[in-house]
Design a protein around this ligand. Structure first.
Ligand SMILES: Cc1cc2nc3c(=O)[nH]c(=O)nc-3n(C[C@H](O)[C@H](O)[C@H](O)COP(=O)(O)OP(=O)(O)OC[C@H]3O[C@@H](n4cnc5c(N)ncnc54)[C@H](O)[C@@H]3O)c2cc1C
Length: 224
């Protein structure tokens, strides 16, 4: 794929540290739900700093969307993204793999690791095929939960939240371990999609293996 320049249409706050950017869609960009792109800020000094971010819009939509957690202390790409305005542009350098939907299952996300699942679950919902899938979303605090209302609306009781740093009504308290998964998994023969920071992913995969989930059932991508 040729490098493509896309212009910011909207910027919206999703949580205290996550922004949603939308862009005009370019015909040169082709992706499937769950895929990511290497993106750079189109400003002097930043054009060679491409980092991966996942498309959270659907291929059928007439705009592109990315949902991006900002790390303001790092003076890196996400901090630079947070300074952009509508009308500024980004360079999309490559579209690549990440997580593909392979059939009904349990999606287990940590923080911004939910991004590939946003487009996969939206796509299934649009096709009327969401039933039988479940999302377990692990965060530190309630305020970190990305797209909570949307997930509640499309998944209902199949949307489970677990918070490591807060004990609040409607969310489990703790980490995603074997004990929690045993209570939360309803279809042990299904696929398990896991995406999040590497330590969380290792712990979740270990826990799944303790529950006799086969390696071939686990589809994973870390964000590090
Ligand atoms: C395939 C793939 C898809 C991805 N999709 C998305 C997506 O859709 N949305 C999204 O938000 N992210 C996504 N990520 C992660 C994203 O690429 C990184 O968060 C981003 O590149 C960080 O860039 P940076 O220059 O701002 O931070 P860097 O300086 O590169 O920081 C590197 C890492 O350090 C950690 N870090 C940064 N600041 C702090 C801090 N203050 N305290 C503790 N740790 C810190 C984070 O883990 C960060 O990722 C994806 C990653 C991969 C591999």
């Amino acid at each position: 794929m040729e490098e493509t320049i896309v212009t910011i249409k909207t910027i919206e706050k999703v949580t205290h540290n996550v922004l949603r950017f939308t862009f005009d869609k370019s015909d040169e960009i082709d992706f499937i739900p769950g895929q990511a792109a290497e993106i750079a800020v189109d400003k002097d000094g930043w054009r060679d700093e491409a980092h991966p971010f996942t498309f959270t819009s659907l291929p059928s939509e007439d705009y592109l969307e990315f949902t991006i957690k900002i790390y303001p202390d790092h003076e890196g790409v996400t901090n630079e993204l947070s300074k952009l305005d509508v009308g500024d542009s980004l360079i999309i350098k490559a579209v690549f793999g990440a997580i593909n939907y392979e059939g009904k299952g349990t999606f287990i996300a940590g923080g911004a690791g939910v991004t590939p699942f946003i487009s996969i679950l939206r796509d299934l919902n649009e096709k009327g095929e969401l039933s039988g899938n479940r999302l377990i979303f692990a965060n530190s605090e309630e305020r970190d939960i990305i797209n909570r209302k949307e997930f509640e609306s499309i998944l209902g009781e199949d949307f489970l939240n677990i918070l490591s740093q807060e004990d609040v009504e409607g969310c489990a308290h703790g980490r995603v371990d074997a004990e929690y998964l045993k209570k939360s998994i309803t279809s042990p023969d299904d696929h398990f999609y896991v995406c999040g920071p590497e330590p969380m992913m290792d712990a979740v995969v270990d826990a799944l293996e303790k529950l006799n989930v086969k390696e071939s059932q686990i589809i994973q991508e870390d964000l590090d």
